[in-house]
Design a protein around this ligand. Structure first.
Ligand code: COA
Length: 168
């Protein structure tokens, strides 16, 4: 099937599909459809006419956060996350900013490690990243989702921080 990568916003119908899919994923706390529509930096992988996967990032003055990498379940196992991650890496190749990702997902770890990311603790992140993470969690929806997922996925493991410093 033909696939393309497009920098564009999701429409509300697509965002509802992704938001719903995220509800069944242990490693992403949650996004409302309206939040997904509003994300400013979004790469959409289209397979045929379907939005099959997304990669969203935050491009801040001193860091870039890989915010969301999701391939819809029926499209998994075909290397689409690799396409999205490689596109993301190319976009910031040579960047002087710290790159980081927060994840529990072994595939994201695999992709990040291959690009030279190293595990970090939350406390070792720069203050701007720590504040960014805390601000993300200040949401009634995410608080509820966090608690729901703690019970729904008791073996989900802890979030890990993966960091790539400039010039490494
Ligand atoms: C994580 C996710 C995006 C992967 O999407 P995908 O397109 O199905 O990924 P693929 O199966 O094609 O695998 C991509 C790579 O991971 C490797 N991989 C697959 N399963 C793996 C595993 N359990 N552990 C480590 N690596 C694995 C593949 O071999 C492939 O590596 P390669 O490119 O070096 O050959 C998808 O499973 C998903 O959306 N999960 C739910 C959302 C999520 O947890 N996102 C991460 C939060 S940031």
């Amino acid at each position: 099937m033909v696939h393309t990568l497009t920098v564009r916003k999701l429409n509300l119908e697509e965002a509802a599909v992704f938001s719903n899919e995220i509800r069944s994923v242990p490693g992403i706390v949650g996004y409302l459809p309206s939040e997904l529509v509003a994300l400013p930096s979004m790469v959409v992988l289209e397979v045929g006419r379907a939005a099959a996967g997304v990669l969203a990032y935050t491009d801040a003055p001193d860091f870039v956060e890989l915010k969301l990498l999701l391939v819809r379940s029926q499209f998994r196992g075909h290397g689409y996350s690799r396409l999205l991650f490689d596109d993301f890496s190319r976009r910031f190749a040579g960047s002087t900013k710290l790159m980081y990702a927060v994840t529990k997902n072994p595939i994201v770890k695999h992709l990040a490690c291959a690009e030279g990311y190293e595990q970090s603790s939350f406390w070792a992140l720069p203050t701007s990243c720590k504040l960014h993470q805390v601000a993300f969690m200040v949401s009634w929806y995410r608080f509820r989702e966090y608690l729901r997922k703690r019970f729904r996925f008791p073996d989900g493991g802890a979030f890990q921080y993966w960091v790539k410093r400039p010039n490494t």
